[in-house]
Design a binder for this molecule. Structure first.
Ligand code: NAD
Length: 476
């Protein structure tokens, strides 16, 4: 049955949840308990800027506290509202459960267009917002840990961490109050690009299964696949760059706020990003075809469509026209529940948001653990690992010389084998493992149950079962 009206973002998340929950045998009342958002705090605060007081509205929603702390980004955008923040908080609960990050779900937002303020003004606004949340324990290493999202970055996270430190000077674990910080403020290697890296690992894992690739009417590997991307921000830029540079994909279209550019031969992601940073848009990028109607490019023919900007962009108005056989939801909620139904009807395969963009929270989890353990990953083991590898190489070379075997180890092999894993290598390894394991858990449900026909519902089923067992363990 198709919906007559476009569902809101929160309704969309609930509809998808309900579809999955209907296939599970949950204890009476538990379904409702998991679905509802536990609380939303709304704050209005004033900041004196440019000679007058400006009032801002901010939110922090806690969807589920089956595990604490709860976790979820803080978004800066004019369109932020309660419905959106609650939808994003719910998605965080399901996402954390799916990738086994031991957190409940939360999300925050501030109604602001950050491009309208200079750095000093943004710092004052951020510190004031953080103050309001910290004093209510809505930012706290053991209760509620934010991270970056649309419109925020490591800069804002550093201000938040510092604000927490000013207000809780004796909290030895204070740095764990927020993730996505710069390295010199307690961050972790690989966090900035983690969500984009996670998209790449998710796609690689999907393409390791020819049977799954065939369901999307595609074949082969990622090499040569033609991609259209919406949103060249933190998530979209890193995902596109890695896919272009390391997997041989061709980014044939990029959609931004001011329109879209197309080049069948492939757009150089790094140079488009530089142009975007310089001019504020993609218009005028040399050598590419430009169209002001960026949204229409979502429906262009391509192998893979990656919406990486904002929610609801694929909806009842354009879902029928989408030609991509595979969609990777790098953004949260880019496909409404109504569009999801239309696309499923057409046989489009969707790698869902709760899985595809979980790389950010996964590496945030590693950062939080690093902050609590007060030591950089790899610091104790790296040189010891190198020394043990050196022993083997020396022994092999000695054997070869003693026996006159003439073996030689290539310098390239030796260089790679002898290098112990530093923090970045460990973070990547942990992220790759997480993305592979989460895909396997979804895949088992997708292929193993006759009543499950898509990865999204499979992902929700895995997540809901895990949250339900946490609640059972709590005696609920
Ligand atoms: P960002 O602010 O860094 O980038 C967003 C990009 O989208 C910008 O380049 C912006 O110009 C562009 N954009 C905005 N409106 C657009 C429009 N109407 N059409 C085309 N482009 C538009 O944000 P981000 O952190 O990359 O987040 C993007 C999405 O990914 C969001 O849905 C967010 O919730 C999700 N996400 C982010 C993270 C993270 O770690 N940052 C983690 C998980 C999910």
């Amino acid at each position: 049955m198709q919906h007559l009206q476009e569902p809101s973002f929160r309704q969309s998340v609930d509809i998808m949840f309900n579809r999955a929950a209907a296939l599970l045998d949950l204890a009476p009342g538990l379904e409702e308990k998991i679905r509802v958002c536990n609380s939303t705090y709304v704050v209005r605060f004033g900041v004196r800027l440019r000679g007058q007081i400006h009032t801002f509205t901010g939110y922090r929603s806690v969807h589920s506290e089956h595990l604490e702390p709860v976790k979820g980004g803080i978004r800066y955008a004019l369109a932020v509202n309660q419905d959106e923040v609650e939808a994003l908080a719910a998605l965080m609960s399901y996402k954390c459960a799916l990738v086994e990050a031991p957190f409940g779900g939360s999300k925050g937002g501030l109604c602001i267009d950050p491009r309208q303020y200079d750095e000093e003004e943004l710092e004052r606004i951020t510190r004031r917002f953080a103050f309001e949340l910290i004093k209510r324990d809505l930012i706290n290493p053991s209760q509620n840990v934010p991270a970056p999202d649309m419109g925020t970055s490591e800069r804002e996270m550093a201000w938040i961490a510092d604000q927490y430190h000013r207000m809780s000077t004796t909290d030895i674990n204070g740095r764990a109050c927020v993730t996505g910080k710069p390295i010199n403020a307690g961050g972790i290697a690989g966090r900035v690009e983690a969500t984009g890296r996670g998209i790449q690992y998710a796609m690689r894992e999907f393409f390791r299964h020819p049977e799954d690739v065939a369901r999307a009417h595609l074949d082969g590997t990622l090499d040569g696949k033609r991609i259209i991307l919406q949103g060249l921000g933190n998530v979209g830029y890193h995902a596109a760059r890695f896919l272009e540079e390391e997997d041989g994909c061709r980014i044939i279209g990029i959609i931004e706020r001011d329109g879209a550019i197309i080049d069948e031969n492939g757009l150089p992601v790094e140079r488009v990003k530089a142009h975007l940073n310089e001019t504020g848009g993609v218009r005028g990028f040399p050598g590419a075809e430009y169209t002001a109607d960026g949204m229409s490019v979502l429906a262009h023919e391509c192998d893979i469509l990656i919406p990486a900007a904002l929610e609801g962009v694929i909806n009842m108005s354009n879902a029928h026209a989408i030609q991509a056989p595979l969609i990777v939801e790098a953004a949260n909620g880019p496909i409404t529940a109504a569009a999801d139904e239309i696309l499923r009807g057409k046989g489009t395969v969707i790698i869902p948001d709760l899985y595809a963009n979980a790389g950010g929270v996964t590496v945030s989890y590693f950062e939080w653990v690093k902050n609590l353990s007060h030591i950089r990953f790899g610091r104790m083991q790296r040189r010891q690992e190198e020394a043990r590898h050196q022993l083997i190489v020396d022994e092999l070379e000695k054997l070869s010389a003693d026996k006159g075997l003439g073996w030689t180890l290539s310098p390239d092999f030796k260089e790679k084998y002898l290098r112990g894993a530093g923090e970045l290598e460990l973070v990547r390894s942990g992220l790759d493992d997480t993305m592979r394991a989460a895909y396997q858990s979804m895949r088992e449900v997708w292929h193993g149950r006759d009543d499950v026909h898509d990865l999204r519902i499979a992902g929700y089923i895995v997540a809901i079962q895990r949250i339900a067992s946490s609640y059972r363990a709590l005696g609920l």
